[in-house]
Design a protein around this ligand. Structure first.
Ligand code: SF4
Length: 319
């Protein structure tokens, strides 16, 4: 992570892109800073200003535009906070904000304005947090953030050993981009730790484009499968990046070859700074329909949208 790009000029230089010839205006000092690992950047095509991986991380001046309907907290995270670093939106599940850190800063991230300073967990889960989680109503814990796999193995071991004391817990879920953004994070120690967790573990990856998947990712995912974790993928539908049937089809198929089942394609959450990524609902439904005709049912992701305050993610076709 220390070798990641955090300066625009360095990233453009690496990609052999001349700033003065770019077809868009970049922001040199965005409030949500540039961050991308060299692993991920190495999968971008040089001299391609429209590379779909580059567009996911490039801070544009457009992000400062104030657009009606876009807000700092589009999915109602703050209203779902039940104690510091614990969100509870849906029946039976609690989500832990384990860390503010990510190995990549996705420009469309719905938590790009999240007040992590007030809302992440302490090193050791406090008695108060354990009390909140120790209720029959919570049978699944979701490790989120930030990216929980940016925590080191010692911290993760500590966290998992606290969670396995919860008598009502039946499942653990980990939401992460790390195996794709920094494949070397999937160490034998991590695999062993997950394998030793006494309950089923599901890893929900976040991959938007088939170009994100290369040999190094395949190797990391192959290792991860040794931990007996189920692997699912959620993508965000992003204009100019993956809003084509053939791209999402290739993503579902390539992911499956590496052991991942498609889970969700999310309609963009309307977070301030992301309006240029929005794909219309009509276009999203059209892509979903075309995918339905081209893929077997088990490879078809559910197209959903999140509405603050609702009791579940909503199928896009429902309204
Ligand atoms: S890795 Fe996830 S949490 Fe981190 S910036 Fe990207 S979308 Fe947001």
């Amino acid at each position: 992570m220390a070798l990641s790009f955090s300066r625009l000029s360095k990233l453009l230089e690496w990609l052999d892109l001349d700033r003065s010839e770019l077809p868009y205006a970049c922001d040199d000092s965005p409030s949500f800073p540039l961050r991308v690992t060299r692993d991920f950047a190495s999968r971008m095509h040089r001299r391609d200003a429209y590379d779909p991986l580059l567009l996911q991380v490039l801070p544009l001046l457009q992000e400062s535009a104030v657009v009606d309907g876009y807000s700092q907290d589009p999915v109602g995270d703050m209203n779902a906070s039940v104690s510091q670093g614990v969100l509870q939106k849906y029946n039976g599940r609690a989500l832990l904000i384990t860390t503010p850190a990510c190995a990549i800063h996705c420009r469309y991230c719905f938590r790009r304005h999240f007040p992590y300073q007030q809302q992440h967990l302490d090193q050791q889960l406090s008695d108060q947090t354990m009390e909140k989680l120790n209720v029959p109503d919570i049978s699944e814990i979701i490790l989120s953030g930030g990216d929980p796999l940016t925590l080191n193995d010692q911290r993760l071991t500590q966290l998992l050993s606290q969670l396995k004391q919860l008598p009502h817990l039946k499942r653990l879920r980990i939401h992460t981009r790390m195996p794709v953004i920094l494949p070397s994070r999937v160490t034998p120690e991590l695999v062993e730790m997950l394998r030793n967790f006494p309950l089923p573990v599901t890893t929900v990856l976040h991959i938007n484009h088939p170009n994100e998947l290369d040999k190094s990712v395949a190797t990391a995912l192959h290792q991860l499968r040794h931990s007996n974790t189920h692997m699912l993928n959620q993508a965000v539908l992003l204009k100019g990046i993956n809003d084509k049937t053939e791209i999402l089809k290739a993503l579902c198929e390539k992911g499956f070859d590496m052991g991942i089942l498609p889970y969700y394609v999310h309609q963009l959450d309307k977070v301030h700074g992301s309006a240029h990524f929005q794909v219309s609902r009509e276009r999203a439904l059209e892509i979903e329909e075309q995918l339905r005709k081209q893929l077997p049912g088990y490879l078809l992701p559910r197209f959903v949208t999140e509405i603050a305050g609702e009791e579940s993610k909503m199928p896009l076709g429902m309204f």
